[in-house]
Structures are given as C-alpha cells and as structure tokens.
Design a binder for this molecule. Structure first.
Ligand code: PEP
Length: 243
C-alpha cells in the first residue's frame, strides 16, 4: 500500500482548522506534517495517522538557539518523524546540504525517522535527465555523508523536483520512477544500503495520481497543496483501490 505525507507547510492559521483537517484524513497510510505549533494537539487527537515535524534544528536537545526546535523536543511529543531539506527550507530557511546533513544526524540520534528531500531546479532539468540525476546524487552525497548504514534504515528519500512543487506541473511518472531507481542504485553503491524507501512529491493531485500509482519504485507521496483539502486528499488515498 502506498503512503501519503500531508505537508501542510505554513497552513492552516488556527488550531481549530488543523484539528478538523487532521480528523478528516486520519488514516493508517497517512503521515501529517503540520506546523510545529499544532503538533502537540494533533498528537493527542490523531488516532491512525502518524505525525512529522516539517523541520528540526541541528543542535540537540536544548540550548541558546532562539526560535529553534530540537529533535529531542519533537520526540518528547511522541512524534515519530521529521521532514528535512524541503526545497522551501533550502530556499527561504537557508538550508544548505551541510545543514541538511547536521539536521539529519540530530534527528537520527533521537531515533526519529527522517524524510530527506532532494530534487533538481528547473535550470538543471532543462539540461536533461542525466543532469538531474547528477544534481540529485550530489545532494545525497552531501546530505547523508557520515550516517551509519543502520541509521539510514530510518531515512526515506523524497524526490521532489523543485520545478514541480506547487506549480501544477508534475514530473512524468516514468521519469520520477526512473529517478527513484537511480536513487536506490546510488544508495546501494555509495552507502551500501540495500533497501531505501523512495517517495515522490510535486503537484500530486487527483488528476495526476493515477499514473504514479502504477510505478512500483514510488512507495509513497509527499503532498503539499492537495493535502489541505480533505476531499481531494481522500481521493488521492483511495486512488489505489480504484480500477
Ligand atoms: C511539497 O510541499 O512538498 C509539495 C510537493 O507540494 P505540492 O504538492 O503542492 O506540489
């Protein structure tokens, strides 16, 4: 069964709205990634879904880092996972590959599971799939350097081409799938990891989901915009069961 991560980004505004959306999409194969401020409440309210934070700081578990949230704090809420290196954190939050690596290490040290986001920008994709592959491999080489094979078992790679996020232009399912295969192969060659979970993100909607469902290498989806509309999101989850 494919699984779905609902990345709410900086939405919704109120806790009441957050509870309402979460209760509507509370399914076993769903992970909800709300803003930090809603995590505690949702940890109590959500019954079947799991929860993820959208980011984490690299120092742990506490200290003089105004405005930051540690892996230890996330864990103390009973939250199991964290998204790291989302392209919006790289763009607006100043995340470099080095920071992504430090954050990933901090999260793994607290036994959290990590979803590391990688993906090429449009200028790179325009040069072709080979360039995109080189770009993604370079990210993975830096983002995961020094992490033990055992800890890499708790890492999922989200392939999210930057040009596809929030634009309505999703990657072609066969291209996304071929990138997943290349990622899996690279993880084996470089890190000796036999099995690594790979998911796709980038304008997954009711219209585009069908093509992706057929691809075996795509184990799940990171969904932004469509995850805030429970009706649309439920249609995505149920797409697997439809003929
Ligand atoms: C995302 O936030 O990671 C994402 C893929 O967004 P969207 O589904 O809106 O493209």
């Amino acid at each position: 069964m494919k699984y779905f991560i609902a990345n709410w980004k900086m939405n919704p505004v109120t806790e009441k709205e957050a509870i309402a959306i979460a209760q509507d999409i509370d399914e076993e194969n769903v992970m909800i990634a709300p803003p930090f401020v809603f995590l505690k409440t949702l940890a109590r309210r959500v019954k079947k879904a799991s929860l993820a934070a959208q980011d984490v700081f690299w120092e742990n578990p506490k200290g003089a880092y105004t405005g930051e949230i540690s892996a230890g704090m996330i864990k103390s809420l009973g939250v199991s996972s964290v998204i790291i290196g989302h392209s919006e954190r790289r763009r607006y939050g100043g995340d470099t590959d080095e920071r992504v690596n430090r954050k990933t290490r901090a999260a793994l040290s607290q036994n959290l599971s990590v979803i590391v986001c990688v993906g090429e920008p449009e200028v790179v994709r325009k040069k072709g799939m080979k360039s995109a592959e080189r770009y993604v491999k370079a990210q993975l080489g830096k983002d995961l350097v020094g992490i033990s094979k055992k800890n890499l078992n708790r890492v999922t790679i989200a392939y999210e081409p930057v040009w596809a996020i929030g634009t309505g232009m999703s990657a072609k399912p066969e291209e996304a799938s071929s990138m997943m295969l290349r990622i899996k192969r690279y993880m084996k060659e470089r890190y000796g990891v036999g099995i690594i979970k790979t998911i796709y993100g980038g304008s997954v909607t009711e219209k585009t989901i069908k093509g992706f469902m057929k691809e075996k290498t795509i184990e799940g989806f990171l969904v932004g915009g469509a995850s805030l509309n429970p009706r649309s999101f439920k249609n995505l989850i149920q797409a697997e069961k439809r003929p």
